[in-house]
Design a protein around this ligand. Structure first.
Ligand SMILES: [Zn+2]
Length: 424
């Protein structure tokens, strides 16, 4: 079994080579290497990712990432097995009747450039990101190591357990893209108890929260407006102005009337249009997201936004193509799962450090997995492991307290023994 200093060294190695969503080839190759060395059954590529449900994956970026991963030491055989799709899962079948447990860890990084200053520990100690514009600024390097640690423990303690344990290493959580295709592989359909987790989130090291609070359902959309270029001075009437169409859409999207009784949010995050000062702008690109406390609120905002995009395009004689590039749903944890987590957390950190917190954390695509498990009669919750942070999530000075890795490992040992210990 990997000891704590080996786990920390591994976390730092992962931190040095972060990979953005759908590009986690080196990361997946490393994870698969560990899982196989523990003797676990491993599912890779299309066996655990249903390509039909993949959103926001750019083939040219994927090809570049594969080449880079090979250069940086990824296993060529594993890369081939992956068939272009990152992520993997380990499965321990004990051969004894018992529950099926699923645990999910996400493995991707954020599109952030890591700060190069000595006051930033990863940089000072020489394990900051070597990938320009990519950084583990959300702690998923920590999650990946927790997953490997749990697998390492599972392999050595299989004789103490019953049932089946599935550990999922999910790609592309940022942009909420990876959970749906993993869910649609069918891997969760027999799961009785399912757990997702996140570290940090403004909870200090040592605290465990068995209840996630509110997750908002969300849809991420990309819109592309097409108009017609013309000479802005000589023939402005011959053009179709995509800039004005998209700007009109942006304003009217933010003017969507919101339901009073539920939390929601709308954001047009980027808008890029036009080609030159004296040209009627022939095209525009917009990235936006909507969030709602329920799936219904989210769907309402999404449909209203789509109407405004198409309507604004029409006003200016333009057309608009709209692509869904990410999604997550709302979710209510089961009290049965919360109780189990509370018990295991109490054993791990003591009763005073188990805190049911109503965090408003935005959105998480693990909700898609949790809801699928619930739909099939299983139970689940989302756990937060406190970890004192150097800076907030997604910031270029982000770093977390590595003590959380050992805490999460001990917690999962307790939880798995509680749910699938042979004595039960
Ligand atoms: Zn995250």
């Amino acid at each position: 079994m990997l000891n704590n200093s080996e786990l920390i060294a591994l976390r730092r190695e992962l931190h040095k080579y972060p990979e953005t969503g759908w590009c986690e080839f080196l990361t997946t190759s490393k994870v698969v290497g560990y899982l196989r060395s523990f003797g676990l059954k491993v599912l890779v590529g299309p066996n655990v990712i249903n390509p039909k449900y993949v959103l926001g994956r750019k083939p040219e970026k994927v090809t570049e990432a594969q080449a880079r991963a090979l250069q940086e030491g990824a296993n060529p055989k594993t890369i081939e097995e992956m068939g272009g799709y990152t992520g993997c899962a380990a499965i321990l079948e004990t051969g004894r009747p018992g529950p099926v447990i699923g645990i999910r860890f996400d493995i991707d990084c954020v599109d952030v450039d890591e700060i190069k200053e000595n006051s930033h520990k990863p940089y000072f100690e020489g394990w900051a990101s070597t990938h320009q514009g990519e950084m583990h600024a959300c702690g998923h390097d920590g999650h990946t190591v927790m997953g490997i640690a749990v697998c390492s423990w599972l392999a050595e303690n299989a004789d103490k357990l019953c049932g089946t344990i599935k550990v999922l290493f999910q790609p592309a959580e940022e942009g909420v893209r990876g959970a749906r295709p993993m869910t649609e592989s069918g891997i969760l359909d027999d799961v009785d108890f399912f757990f997702g987790n996140h570290l940090g989130l403004n909870l200090p090291t040592g605290i465990i929260s068995p209840d996630p609070g509110i997750f908002l359902a969300t849809t991420k959309l990309d819109a592309h407006f097409t108009g017609k270029a013309s000479h802005a001075g000589a023939e402005p009437d011959k053009g179709k102005n995509a800039l004005l169409a998209s700007a009109t859409a942006a304003l009217s999207i933010h003017a969507i009337a919101r339901p009073v009784a539920f939390s929601s949010s709308i954001n047009v995050g980027t808008l890029r249009a036009g080609t030159g000062r004296n040209v009627v702008p022939p095209s525009a690109d917009m990235q936006l997201e909507v969030r709602g406390e329920t799936e219904e609120v989210c769907a309402y905002l999404r449909e209203e936004a789509i109407n405004r995009i198409t309507g604004s395009a029409q006003m200016y004689g333009c057309t608009a193509g709209i692509e869904k590039v990410g999604e997550a749903t709302d979710f209510k944890p089961d009290s049965e799962a919360i109780n189990l987590v509370e018990k295991a957390a109490t054993e791990t950190v003591g009763p005073d450090n188990v805190k049911k917190l109503q965090l408003a954390m935005g959105s998480e695509d693990c909700t898609i997995m949790l809801k699928r498990v619930q739909a099939k009669g299983g139970k689940g919750t989302f756990i937060v492991f406190g970890s004192t942070l150097a800076a907030g999530h997604h910031q270029n000075r982000f770093d977390f307290d590595e003590d959380v890795i050992d805490i999460a490992l001990r917690f999962y040992q307790n939880l798995i023994m509680l749910v699938a210990g042979k004595a039960n």
